[in-house]
Ligand binder design. Structure first.
Ligand code: HEC
Ligand code: HEC
Length: 334
């Protein structure tokens, strides 16, 4: 028994001695591992550093996976959320004058800009990183949805299944009056059916981050946000009420809910610098003061605002001048 112990200790000591010799020598001769060519202390340091790096990378990978999962789940929750908005039926006219007027109103509000001139639909956003989102064929929607369901989609951004549409300026459309919405729907129902773009939304990674961070709100959430800010919406007095309504349901899409501008658009007090004649020219041809082309503004003027009547342009101009002269309310939070 004692001998066995002694032998074992010897063997062990021999092992230590062997290793000690090897350590003294500094490195193993003939080793192919480059790290073995380093002095022992540096070898250890290097191993420790590599181990640390590996752990750090594993930790980072874990954080990325968890963050991606959280963003995915959160964005799905937001997109799939349902909104309890009551159906509010309104009268839908059927006469041809109302249908023609509905087409004009729809053009000015940009329905045909996003959904196509024959309402056939188109790809609205097509960027694999951001999203793939269709502005669907509205002739299909007009056959599938009831009048009250169409009203709710337009004004509240809510589909029959309670989920929200994405990408429609429902915050602005929530301000449309019954007459205009009724005529728009009369027009939608009058357009011959086409089998155009089907509805569909697929979020890309950047789109998901934007949705999860609350940067892109579903239309129904935007409409509710607009309710909360409605005191900042343009209001006119008796003589400028028509112009205020037009500004609220057309210009707020880009010039912000309170017409205070932002995101590359100016505060519409700028319109006070326009004579009526120059304002008419801007609305009809897109030419700003000094005969300037002003990007998107010139485009929407030619495509949409050229359908305003003379009376509407006058009303808008009168309202915007009155607004610029009035003391400014504190700007609404954007
Ligand atoms: C800025 C672009 C834009 C404008 C302006 C716009 N829409 Fe849309 N609309 C969309 C997009 C995008 C969708 C699809 C949203 C989705 O699938 O979540 C949509 C969806 C719809 C739907 C639901 C269609 C379906 O098949 O479920 C209806 C109805 C609709 N829009 C009507 C209108 C009307 C009426 C107007 C004008 C008053 C209008 N839209 C203006 C972009 C727009
Ligand atoms: C689709 C977006 C969009 C809509 C809707 C829109 N605007 Fe603009 N508007 C712009 C942009 C963008 C600019 C800044 C253009 C630039 O300076 O390049 C602008 C600039 C202007 C200017 C200043 C032009 C100048 O002298 O530089 C006026 C005035 C104006 N808009 C009036 C209106 C009125 C009135 C409405 C509603 C009938 C309206 N806009 C609706 C995007 C829009």
């Amino acid at each position: 028994m004692a001998r066995r112990w002694a032998e074992r200790c010897k063997a062990r000591n021999h092992g230590y001695r062997h290793r000690a010799r090897y350590l003294r020598r500094g490195y193993r001769r003939g080793s192919r591992d480059w790290r073995d060519a380093l002095p022992i202390s540096e070898q250890n340091l290097m191993r420790r550093a590599l181990r640390w790096l590996r752990n750090a990378l594993l930790g980072l990978a874990a954080i990325i996976v968890i963050a991606a999962l959280v963003i995915y789940v959160r964005s799905e929750q937001i997109v799939r959320r349902t909104y309890a908005e009551p159906l509010a039926p309104i009268a839908i006219p059927t006469d041809s004058a109302s249908i023609a007027e509905g087409m004009r109103v729809a053009r000015i509000r940009g329905c045909t800009g996003c959904h196509g001139s024959k309402l056939e639909g188109q790809m609205f956003v097509d960027d694999p990183m951001l999203a793939r989102l269709a502005s669907p064929d509205l002739t299909i929607a007009a056959r599938e949805y009831s009048d009250a369901e169409l009203v709710r989609i337009i004004r509240r951004g809510v589909r029959p299944d309670g989920r929200s549409v994405v990408g429609m300026p429902s915050d602005m459309f929530s301000q449309l009056d019954d007459r205009d919405v009724g005529m728009i729907i009369a027009y939608l129902r009058s357009v011959p059916p086409s089998a155009g773009q089907r509805r569909g939304l697929r979020l890309g990674p950047i789109g998901r981050v934007g949705v999860a961070a609350g940067k892109f709100l579903p239309a129904a959430a935007e409409a509710r946000r607009a309710d909360a800010l409605s005191s900042s919406y343009p209001r006119g007095g008796d003589s400028t009420a028509r112009g205020a309504y037009l500004a609220r349901t057309v210009c707020t899409e880009c010039h912000a809910l309170d017409l205070g501008g932002g995101d590359g658009t100016p505060d519409l007090r700028i319109a006070a610098g326009y004579s009526l004649e120059r304002f008419v020219l801007l609305m009809r041809t897109g030419k700003a003061l000094g005969d300037r082309e002003v990007g998107l503004m010139s485009k929407v003027a030619r495509g949409r605002f050229s359908h305003f009547t003379d009376g509407e342009i006058q009303a808008l101009h009168a309202y915007l001048k009155a607004r610029a002269a009035a003391p400014q309310p504190t700007p609404a939070p954007k």
